[in-house]
Design a binder for this molecule. Structure first.
Ligand SMILES: O=C(O)c1ccc[n+]([C@@H]2O[C@H](COP(=O)([O-])O)[C@@H](O)[C@H]2O)c1
Ligand SMILES: Cc1cc2nc[nH]c2cc1C
Length: 357
């Protein structure tokens, strides 16, 4: 029998195609006509060409931008893997709703619509306004003892992100960032990294919110046990997600799959959101062409995932916050790339001599 989650995925990615390579080639040719030494805008040229390959033509500015911050709790937090208590997930959701978190500041500053999603926080928010209420369960299960999610919970969590991507598409969004909040979720991201890349737990496990030396050693041991238990070599990506993922991670994976299908550019944030995107790319490789890495997090596993995805981060600011902050910070750079593409003079129009060799 096909798992419910697989049939959901099949439906989501039914019309997924990679970005348009002909449009990318044409964009590269146009970049070479602009008044600058060939290739001198570096990665900005790659970014402009990628967006044009996605949209088929240069979109007008400003782009319509949104960030989705998915929150959920993790059963594995019971094992002492975080520097903070799990109550912080709920408390930070309230902070997001009151506008006081880092992501609120950055989203406001850069004209990015912020959507806060409860995918599985272990708290009752009642009918509190401005929260997207999509709780699948009060936290994922403790993956040291059982899979983090049942097949049905996984399918529901994936559907949360997919539905929001569909709404973003209907609202004309062109650039979306995925971010998260969930005490314990770097343990999941580390386990996912081990399962996808074959890296050891020692290489893929960092200090998350800032655990001390002893707790870090303990966390590495937990990741090792979890991966040994659930993810033998060649475990399919959907099974990895179900067994060692989390509700917010599954929602982000669903969002990436559906957003790519709707030809929306997705900016990944740090370690956890990139783990979700890496799973989406493992499930449907065409997704890769729609991804931009907003930044490179301090978490050591993030670098492993970025090379797994063959992505170069836009920014390196030694951040390790999450919430979508690094992704939103990259958005003005992405828009700058498009502004240069569309607004610079050409050698011909400005009457400037081209390279002589
Ligand atoms: O974005 C990152 O790379 C990142 C790195 C370390 C920690 N975080 C955030 O910290 C929380 C998880 O850390 P931990 O130690 O509880 O596993 C979660 O809310 C993440 O958003 C985020
Ligand atoms: C305070 C706090 C804010 C966060 N934002 C994302 N993860 C977080 C973890 C903590 C502990």
């Amino acid at each position: 029998m096909i798992p419910i989650s697989q049939s959901h995925i099949d439906r989501i990615v039914k019309d997924l195609t990679p970005p348009d390579e002909q449009a990318r080639t044409q964009a590269r040719a146009h970049l070479d006509t602009l008044t600058k030494p060939l290739g001198s805008l570096g990665r900005l040229e790659d970014i402009a060409a990628q967006l044009i390959a996605i949209h088929g033509a240069a979109p007008s500015l400003p782009l319509r931008k949104a960030v989705y911050t998915f929150a959920a709790d993790h059963g594995i937090a019971d094992e002492g893997v975080s520097a903070y208590p799990r109550a912080v997930t709920r408390q930070m959701v309230l902070n997001f709703l009151h506008g006081g978190a880092a992501i609120n500041v950055l989203a406001r500053l850069h004209g990015v619509a912020l959507h806060v999603v409860d995918a599985g926080v272990d708290a009752d928010f009642g009918g509190i306004p401005n929260l997207i209420h999509r709780k699948v369960r009060n936290g994922s299960r403790n993956m040291l003892h059982e899979p983090a999610m049942s097949d049905e919970e996984l399918a529901k969590a994936i559907a949360v992100g997919a539905e929001l991507a569909q709404q973003a598409s209907a609202a004309g969004m062109q650039l979306i960032a995925i971010g998260e909040m969930g005490i314990g979720n770097t343990t999941s991201a580390s386990a996912i990294t081990c399962a996808l890349t074959g890296a050891s737990a020692a290489k893929a496990t960092g200090r998350g919110t800032g655990v001390d030396h002893a707790a870090h050693a303990h966390k590495i041991h937990i990741v090792e046990r979890v991966v040994t238990k659930h993810c033998p070599e060649n475990t399919p990506p959907l099974a990895i997600l179900q067994r060692v993922g989390g509700l917010e991670i599954a929602a982000m994976t669903g969002m990436v799959l559906a957003a790519a299908t709707h030809r929306i550019t997705i900016v990944c944030d740090g370690f956890i959101s990139t783990a979700a995107a890496a799973l989406a790319a493992a499930i449907a490789p065409e997704v890769k062409g729609y991804l931009i890495a907003g930044h490179r997090s301090e978490e050591p596993g993030h670098a492993l995932l970025l090379s797994y995805l063959d992505l170069m981060p836009v920014l390196t600011l030694n951040m390790r916050l999450g919430e979508g902050t690094g992704a939103v910070l990259a958005m003005p750079v992405i828009e700058s790339a498009l502004a240069l593409y569309s607004r610079m003079a050409t050698f011909a129009s400005a009457n400037i001599s081209e390279a002589s060799q």
